[in-house]
Design a protein around this ligand. Sequence first.
Ligand code: GRF
Length: 207
Amino acid sequence: MLRIGVMVSGGGTNLQAILDNINSGNLPGCEIVTVVSSKLGVYALERARENKIPSAVISKKDYDSLQAYDEALLAHMKSYDVELVVLAGYLSLLGERFVNNYKNAIINIHPSLIPSFCGKGYYGIIPHEKAIEYGVKVTGATVHFVDTEYDSGPIILQRAVEVLPEDTSEILQKRVMEQAEWIILPEAIKLYSQGRIKVNGRHVEIL
Ligand code: GRF
């Protein structure tokens, strides 16, 4: 069994996509053993409860330093023997100790084709607003390994989504989720669980 810890900050539709894939037998050998939220009261926590997955709220603001927060996160993941950490809409940066402990074992989903519309401040609806503002015809989503910078680790999977002339940022956000995020995040987890992701510096080879 691949023991997965999912980190969230919001509605948790990506968490739901992983759960749906597990529940339908599309992710054999994968189990979500804990869900960690950076905030209280988010709907992702309700999804964890409905699926009887132990959850915790670990917020940066409750700790004196990034280091102390990092230690708490790491201790939590280790206490559940987590092997793969999935950031599914998680908004904070992770500290060095956490990232080094889970080298090439933390993945994130970002709602754009990195390196476009990513980096500090590009979260939530913003990548979609910026994509429309810029006038791109195609955007999409990216699953990548996580390091200590925003959206900067090696890219595992990307999927393109069309931008239509009448799109609002909300319509585009929904299309990117439906046509890209909810597909490539479970797909990347599957590849990881099958040992089919080989990292060589910035380059990821799918075996
Ligand atoms: C998604 O767009 C994801 O790409 C981004 O944050 C959003 C989270 O949505 N990192 P949800 O909480 O999974 O519904």
